[in-house]
Design a protein around this ligand. Structure first.
Ligand code: SAH
Ligand code: F3S
Length: 481
């Protein structure tokens, strides 16, 4: 692979990996969760062996791939709009082929080929290794589709081509799929059953990133705390594993301990944690290692035990609060974030108040908040009427967002006047003279550039903040440098 450094709009270095001799051009874009962005890097790697280098320019693409999200109706509408754009481009670039990847491909299957004339190829999240065959069909003028979900596929043997990389931070996927069957969620249908990736291949990918100068890795999965390697296969089949397999199994706490111990000068994050699977062992491993960031994304969706039950979340309000209290006890400096859904079917004003009071208790630093969007085929869609009027959903959502905003400001203010450790990522969006990076708690920090560069670990004395950004001055390299 040849490394090409370009500049993006903010003047930040963008590292592009291109294979010499490749002549065809791939334009690939991703919507939705981080896993989609990570999957697109696997797809780019598979296609690099088929003669494709990536391009940032849609008009010159031989192949356009869009990695799609189905989580809410709005996410699907965004993709439909992009397809209209491709349609317009096809008029000036008639040879261009279009493929749809990811969750919408899996959800809509051949319906996509019928509904959207622009689409030549539909490929589900477990079928990317079949892309070379599918492309051949497309090149011969036929539509192509593979939406088979797998029990085994983790793409552990594929070295991703880093796309739009800052050369400092990267994602490494450790599990695929989800077994939780939350009643509102389309993911178990689009990404299949849960399986974990072999620790050895995770370690190799991290080693490769370290050798290329990366300084921060985010371990990815729909439910990372449920990670369990026992020789391959689905998580749900663990009970059938041999005694030998069970004795040598690796869980998430062990994996985290292993990566943090092996690479003490690299910082680690992980996402997403599901409260029912987040055990104290993981929190203790986090507390033990300076290089595991003190930030947990811990979606809860609702503060009402009754609604949690309707959502098939496997814990009560009280169990969640106990977990949060334990986290603060073991790691007082932790930052937490939530996902919340406003207006789930049957949600009363009292349930909504329970959500607000739970938020106040948990003091979240960040939040990702949504109005309930009914997804076809999910248990909630089949069993529960989407009975909360939009106006009520939106009013509750606004109350949740406003509370989060005011809490976030207080949480960010707690760092003002303190020294925080920042990994420099890029030039600040607001000022060319400032670097931007994050502290361990995931808060953005900006400071005058001085002689520092992206990839440096810097101690910054903060003097001011906005809701989500700390402002300060560098006072030297930190212990991680
Ligand atoms: N475990 C996953 C969750 C994926 S979905 C992860 O890795 O993040 C991300 C968030 O989208 C969920 O936590 C939930 O808050 C929201 N969401 C999922 N389905 C939804 C729906 N039908 N309507 C509104 N929000 C939804
Ligand atoms: Fe979706 Fe629940 Fe899994 S939100 S991704 S089914 S943990």
């Amino acid at each position: 692979m040849e490394k090409i450094i370009e500049e993006n709009k903010q003047g930040n270095a963008l590292v592009l990996e291109q294979k010499e001799g490749n002549t065809k051009k791939l334009f690939i874009e991703s919507y939705g969760c981080q896993m989609n962005f990570s999957d697109s890097e696997i797809v780019a790697s598979i296609l690099a062996n088929e003669g494709f280098n990536t391009t940032q320019n849609l008009e010159e693409a031989d192949l356009v791939l869009v990695n799609t999200c189905s989580i809410r109706d709005k996410a699907e509408q965004t993709v439909r709009k992009r397809l209209e754009k491709y349609n317009a481009v096809k008029k000036i670039n008639p040879g261009m082929k279009v493929g749809v990847l990811g969750c919408m491909a899996e959800r809509l299957k051949s319906q996509f080929l019928e509904e959207e004339k622009i689409v030549d190829m539909v490929v589900g999240p477990d079928a990317y290794k079949d892309l070379p065959n599918l492309l051949k069909e497309v090149e011969e003028g036929r539509d192509a589709i593979n939406v088979i979900l797998s029990k085994e596929e983790t793409y552990g043997d594929i070295a991703p081509v880093r796309l739009n990389s800052n050369g400092v931070t990267a994602f490494v996927s450790i599990t695929r799929g989800c077994d939780n069957m939350c009643t509102f969620c389309v993911v178990p249908f689009t990404r299949g059953r849960e399986r974990s990736r072999e620790p050895q291949s995770i370690m190799e990918e991290i080693k490769d990133l370290w050798n290329k100068g990366f300084k921060e890795i985010t371990l990815l999965g729909q439910n990372v705390d449920s990670y369990l390697w026992y020789g391959g296969g689905l998580k749900k089949d663990y009970a059938k594993a041999s005694e030998m397999q069970k004795a040598t199994a690796v869980d998430f706490a062990q994996l985290l301990d292993m990566v943090a111990t092996t690479y003490p000068k690299m910082r680690f994050r992980f996402s997403t944690s599901n409260p029912q699977d987040m055990h104290l062992e993981v929190i203790e491993v986090m507390a033990k290692h300076h290089n595991i960031c003190k930030y947990i994304h811990l979606p809860v969706q609702s503060g009402s035990t009754r609604i949690l039950k309707e959502m098939n979340r496997q814990h009560t309000r009280e169990e969640y609060l106990t977990l949060v209290d334990n986290i603060y006890r073991i790691i007082p400096e932790i930052s937490l974030s939530q996902d919340m859904i406003a207006g789930f079917p049957t949600e009363t004003e009292e349930d909504h108040q329970d959500t607000l009071s739970l938020m106040e208790h948990c003091k979240y630093d960040f939040g990702f908040m949504f109005a309930y969007s009914e997804r076809p085929g999910t248990l909630a869609a089949r069993k529960l009427e989407d009975d909360i009027p939009d106006a009520v959903k939106n009013r509750r959502l606004t109350e949740i967002i406003n509370l989060q905003q005011s809490m976030a400001l207080k949480r960010t203010e707690r760092f003002v006047g303190q020294v925080v450790e920042v990994l420099v990522e890029k030039t600040s969006k607001r000022s060319d003279a400032h670097w931007s990076g994050r502290n361990s708690q995931n808060t953005t920090v900006v400071f005058p550039k001085g002689n520092y560069k992206p990839g440096d670990f810097v101690n910054v004395l903060t003097s001011d903040c906005t809701t989500s950004t700390l402002i300060g001055e560098a006072i030297g390299y930190s212990q991680m440098q």
